[in-house]
Design a protein around this ligand. Structure first.
Ligand code: ZN
Length: 147
């Protein structure tokens, strides 16, 4: 079950065990039986208890330091992590199975019209995704740094 408040402005929903559930008044507390339903109702996964959010709690500082060293732009948005190189925009997102993380990529050259596509790469840690991204765009990054 995924819990939410019927009386909230931020329209977040939470996994079982998330500390935020306790802050919801019992008369406002409701539950979705699936993440899909929550998304269809325009609710967003809480950044503290989503699969990506849980990893970010442990790894965000390390991933930020790694990205800085590699010249990558990295930031979080809702429960996703974005990493931008000069060639591609990458996103680490909650996978459709709601348990794992997926990697999505779009060309940085297409602007905001470019469409993200799911990559055939799966890892258990966000650092592995960051390393994969740095490796995938490595030669381009080196070109960029030299130029
Ligand atoms: Zn939560």
């Amino acid at each position: 079950m995924y819990y939410y408040s019927v009386n909230s402005n931020d329209k977040m929903f939470h996994s079982e065990g998330c500390g935020h559930i306790k802050t919801i008044k019992s008369e406002n507390l409701r539950a979705f039986d699936s993440v899909d339903r929550a998304h269809r109702a325009q609710y967003k996964y809480c950044p503290c208890c989503s699969p990506v959010g849980k990893r970010l709690k442990k790894e965000l500082e390390d991933v930020k330091a790694f990205c800085k060293k590699k010249g990558l732009v990295c930031f979080t948005y809702e429960d996703n992590l974005h990493i931008y190189t000069n060639r591609n925009h990458w996103q680490v997102v909650t996978a459709e199975d709601r348990e794992h993380m997926d990697l999505h990529k779009r060309s940085a050259l297409g602007g905001n019209d470019a469409v993200y596509s799911r990559q055939n790469f799966r890892a258990d840690t966000i650092m592995e995704y960051a390393e994969h991204i740095a490796e995938a765009d490595k030669f381009r990054l080196e070109d960029y740094i030299v130029a």
